[in-house]
Design a protein around this ligand. Sequence first.
Ligand SMILES: NC(=O)c1ccc[n+]([C@@H]2O[C@H](COP(=O)([O-])OP(=O)(O)OC[C@H]3O[C@@H](n4cnc5c(N)ncnc54)[C@H](O)[C@@H]3O)[C@@H](O)[C@H]2O)c1
Length: 268
Amino acid sequence: MKDDITPKAKVPLAGRLAGKTAIITGGANGMGRAAVQMFAEAGAKVAVFDIATDAGRALETEQKGLGREVMFIEADVTRSDTVRAALAQVNAAWGPVDTLFSHAGTIIVKPLHDSTDEDYDRLMAINVRSSFIVCREVVAQMRRNGGGSIVITSSIGGEKGFALESIYCMTKGAVLQLARSIAAEYRDEGIRANAVCPGFVKTAHGLREIDELDGLGQSWSDSSLNAVQGRLCEPEEVAAAALWLSTDEASFVNGTALYVDNGWYAKG
Ligand SMILES: NC(=O)c1ccc[n+]([C@@H]2O[C@H](COP(=O)([O-])OP(=O)(O)OC[C@H]3O[C@@H](n4cnc5c(N)ncnc54)[C@H](O)[C@@H]3O)[C@@H](O)[C@H]2O)c1
């Protein structure tokens, strides 16, 4: 892989989300974790909804130690009763939510002809139902509160088709359409909704995906990755895009798919 295309220097974050109360789902690990760290550094109060309890608690402790306001809530975001209870906990502590990063998700790498009904139901629940539930609950609150910003994690697979990832691509297309539909339905109530669409990112998810694709006969060597996106994306690079979309700097950006893929989608 090319060494000369390194992540750019960190941009100043202080104050960019001052006064905001944010929820980040899937925030205990990977890109979500990077987003929690950056949103909190930018001045937001950040609630993390995740099932990874040890990682979530460790992150809360780390961030509090830095003087930041982060609350971990163990919550399976595929369940509406759990999401409602978690949201009520955030509201009781910090008031209404004005920023949501709906990021929780996973992947199944499998040929379509081997995929089961259970695979379909599981991935639709974790990747799509979760966003539907969290967005529905938060939109209701944002409407009462004069608006807010939602970012949903889609993928380059939300619009491109990938072999061995048919259910995954379906789920990522669905949440991209959810972001666009929220933008269309609620923009006049001050709610913006956008999607981030990463390529391969250096997280447990991304590295497992590459391993499993390799295991099923695709070759994601360094040179193959280099050809499509130059290098692996760092989790902070996606978190930075989600952060920007969540700030008032992006006040007229609504219903967009922001590709974080170093030109892969554009290049085809
Ligand atoms: N890593 C990549 O290459 C890549 C590329 C494009 C899109 N994505 C998207 O990013 C997201 C995955 O993030 P990551 O790469 O940071 O992976 P990750 O595996 O490091 O983190 C995913 C987090 O989601 C949490 N989670 C899973 N199911 C949950 C549930 N039901 N309720 C609450 N939390 C749950 C996990 O516990 C984990 O903390 C997915 O939406 C995925 O589609 C990843």
